[in-house]
Write a protein that binds this ligand. Structure first.
Ligand SMILES: C[S@@+](CC[C@H](N)C(=O)[O-])C[C@H]1O[C@@H](n2cnc3c(N)ncnc32)[C@H](O)[C@@H]1O
Length: 287
C-alpha cells in the first residue's frame, strides 16, 4: 500500500478507484471522465488526497462516498470543474444581447422593462458582469431594470465573486480601459472592484445544473456557455431540456462558440447575430 506524506507525491489512481471517482464525478456534476483520464484525477484531486491524508485512492473514494454534502464534497466539486472564463468572452453574445435581443424585447413593452437574464455556469462572475455592462446604457436611460441571475456549482468560485474584486490578470482579460474606468473602482495593489450598482444588478446563487431544479421560468435570455462541453450526450440532452424550460417563449438560449447543436429540442429555431448562433424559443408574440 502506498503511503502519501502531506506534501509527498501522489500515486496514479488504480483502475478500480478511478472507476469509483469517475462515477462520483458523473453523479455529482454530470461530467463524464472517459478511460485514460487518470492523469486528470491525479492532477485535480492530488491536493485533496494529501489534505485528507489518504492512504491510497480507495481511501479517498471511501471518504468521498461517506461524506454528506459539505466541505469535503464541495472541495471535490471545486477540484473537478473547470472555471476558465474572462470578461466579454467571444464578444458577439454580449453584442447580440444589446443590439438584438433587448431592442426586440423593448418593442411594444412597458417601460421600464424588467429584463431577466440567467448566466448558468457563471464561474467567477465575469460573464454576468459583462452582461450587465453590455446593457448598462439602457439602464441609465431608464428603459430597463436588470434582473440577472448567475449560478454555478462551485462554492469556491462563488466565494471569490462575493466582494466583486478582480486582480490585474483577470482585469486584463477582455475588459477595455474605458469599461474599467466606467464600471470599476480601483484598489491600488489589489486590482479593482465592480461598482455597487452593477454588483447589485447580479444575484449569485449556487445551483447544480445536473441535479437541481431549474432557475426559472421566464428568462428573456439564458447564457449557458462552455459548461456542457464536459457533459456526455445524455447529460447534454438533460441540460438542454432544463434550459428550455427556463427560457420564455420568444426568448433566447445562447451556448458557447463551439457548441452548435441542441440535443432533442424542437421548440427552438436557430437565428444568427453575425457569426453567433442564437437559439430562439418559439411561441412568443414575435416568433
Ligand atoms: C469553463 S467555465 C465557463 C464560464 C462561463 N460560462 C464562460 O463561458 O466564460 C464552466 C463553468 O461551469 C460550471 N459547471 C460545471 N458543471 C456544472 C454543473 N453541473 N452545474 C453548474 N455549474 C457547473 C463550472 O463550475 C465552471 O464555473
Amino acid at each position: 500500500m502506498t503511503i502519501a506524506e502531506p506534501e509527498g507525491r501522489v500515486p496514479p489512481p488504480d483502475p478500480e478507484s478511478f472507476g469509483r471517482i469517475a462515477d462520483l464525478v458523473y453523479r455529482q456534476v454530470g461530467i463524464r471522465l472517459g478511460p485514460g483520464k487518470g492523469y486528470f484525477v491525479e492532477g485535480r484531486l492530488g491536493r485533496l488526497y494529501r489534505e485528507l491524508r489518504c492512504r491510497d485512492w480507495a481511501d479517498l473514494c471511501r471518504q468521498l462516498e461517506a461524506t454528506e454534502p459539505g466541505t469535503c464534497r464541495d472541495a471535490f466539486i471545486d477540484a473537478v470543474v473547470t472555471g476558465e472564463t474572462q470578461f466579454f468572452r467571444d464578444e458577439l453574445p454580449f453584442r447580440a444581447l444589446a443590439e438584438k435581443i433587448l431592442p426586440e424585447a423593448l418593442e411594444g413593452a412597458d417601460q421600464p422593462l424588467r429584463l431577466r437574464v440567467w448566466s448558468a455556469g457563471c464561474s467567477t462572475g465575469q460573464e454576468p458582469f459583462s452582461i450587465a455592462m453590455a446593457l448598462w446604457d439602457y439602464v441609465e436611460r431608464g428603459a430597463v431594470e436588470l434582473d440577472i441571475w448567475a449560478t454555478d456549482v462551485s462554492a469556491a468560485s462563488l466565494r471569490r465573486v462575493q466582494d466583486g474584486v478582480y486582480d490585474e490578470l483577470e482585469l486584463a482579460r477582455g475588459l477595455s480601459a474605458e469599461r474599467r474606468r466606467r464600471f470599476f473602482e480601483e484598489l491600488p495593489g489589489r486590482g479593482a472592484r465592480v461598482q455597487g450598482p452593477l454588483r447589485r444588478a447580479v444575484r449569485f446563487q449556487r445551483l447544480n445544473l445536473a441535479t437541481d431544479p431549474v432557475c426559472g421560468p421566464g428568462f428573456h435570455a439564458v447564457f449557458c456557455r462552455n459548461v456542457a462541453i464536459y457533459f456526455d450526450t445524455e447529460g447534454k440532452r438533460r441540460l438542454h431540456q432544463t434550459l428550455e424550460s427556463a427560457v420564455a417563449p420568444g426568448g433566447y438560449l445562447i451556448l458557447g462558440a463551439a457548441e452548435t447543436q441542441l440535443l432533442g429540442r424542437s421548440s427552438f429555431r436557430v437565428e444568427h447575430f453575425h457569426r453567433c448562433l442564437l437559439f430562439r424559443k418559439t411561441g412568443g408574440a414575435r416568433s
